[in-house]
Design a binder for this molecule. Structure first.
Ligand code: ZN
Ligand code: ZN
Length: 345
């Protein structure tokens, strides 16, 4: 439409590229992961280096675009169109343990079912729906436009019957469903929640959403997971963190500890002279990955505790120890500080 406007040409190419990507599942997933660069080496057509003549001439890309959006030269002779059912989203609360182990869960899905009285026909017995006068029962309205490129046919869903091609006449509604054709129900779905799900994980159960209309497929059921926090374990993806307090004596002398993990207790060794904040990692003892095999790691953060009040015997022993400890920590461990000290004298 704007032959002398380079900005319009650029937008045109972007539309062509977007269509090329969206109409091919493999290319779309490459594009989602790596952007434009991910498509080099595939049969992706790079439109940025082409002139407008190429776009219209050789490839027929715009025929494809118009056909994909339900327009163009493709004749529609079928009646009202089938509609895919809506997706249903439900929030699922899980305990930390259940999220770690995974589970089968029975879920009540609020649902609409076909009306048992009119079997979805929406009318009382003996009555029928009227053919929509706006679209003559086709469900679509066509408008012919003349443009620089010739005749364009613009097809939209009929606004009066919303594409169904039929209308309900007042007073003929089915009493049970009030003319909707569906009644509210809930049904149960057995869902398998994989081990390792986290807050915000979405579990998709295909075909368990709302039923489709006029022969269309059902939507999907989305379970959005919420995991209650654990009193001790913290999660960072598939890694599990545990803060573990030990006595200053154990930190000095070293010890063996029994540590809880998500799969039972584990023995670990604390080396002599372990400082507070030291992290001990147990490989592959964390949460399972929900979408592949393997586990994250378990990290134990050591928190060395110094009591404000010592037992009498401990205090006495420590005083004796302090007096007999001949280690000079400043001169042994920090010679720079030692030099500074001496320079002050
Ligand atoms: Zn009914
Ligand atoms: Zn209509």
């Amino acid at each position: 439409m704007n032959p002398n406007n380079p900005e319009a040409e650029k937008q045109f190419k972007e539309v062509a590229e977007a269509f090329e990507v969206l109409s091919d599942d493999q290319k779309r997933s490459l594009y989602d992961r790596y952007g434009h660069e991910g498509l080099s080496g595939t049969s992706f057509r790079d439109f940025s280096g082409m002139g407008l003549d190429d776009l219209f001439g050789g490839f027929g890309i715009f025929d494809s675009i118009f056909n994909a959006f339900g327009g163009g030269t493709r004749a529609r002779t079928s009646g009202p169109r089938a509609r895919r059912g809506q997706d249903v989203r439900l929030n699922i609360d899980l305990s930390f343990e259940d999220a770690m182990k995974g589970m089968k869960k029975t879920i009540k899905v609020p649902n609409w079912a076909q009306c048992p009285t009119c079997h979805g026909n929406r009318v009382k017995e003996g009555k029928s729906l009227l053919k929509c006068s706006t679209c003559d029962g086709v469900g679509e309205v066509r408008q012919v436009q003349r443009t620089a490129f010739g005749q364009m046919i613009n097809i939209t869903t009929c606004p009066k019957c919303r594409g169904e091609g039929e209308m309900l006449k007042k007073g003929t509604e089915c009493k049970t469903c009030k003319g909707v054709g569906k009644v509210k129900q809930s049904r149960t779905v057995e869902a398998q929640i994989p081990a390792g799900v986290d807050n915000g994980t979405r579990v998709v159960i295909q075909g368990e959403g709302r039923p489709g209309e006029l022969g269309g497929p059902s939507g999907d059921l989305y379970l959005v997971i919420n995991v209650f926090p654990h009193p001790f374990f913290q999660r960072n993806g598939a890694d599990i963190l545990l803060e573990y307090p030990i006595s200053f004596l154990d930190a000095v002398l070293g010890t063996k500890l029994l540590i809880p993990t998500i799969n039972g207790n584990e023995k670990i060794t604390i080396k002599p002279g372990t400082p507070s904040g030291e992290v001990i990692t147990l490989r592959k003892k964390g949460a399972p990955y929900p979408n592949r095999s393997g586990h994250g790691d378990m990290h134990i953060v050591i928190n060395v505790k110094f009591p404000r009040k010592l037992e009498k015997i401990v205090k006495q022993t420590l005083i004796e120890l302090q007096e007999s400890d001949k280690t000079d920590y400043v001169f042994r461990d920090n010679s720079e500080l030692a030099k500074f000290l001496l320079s002050q004298e």
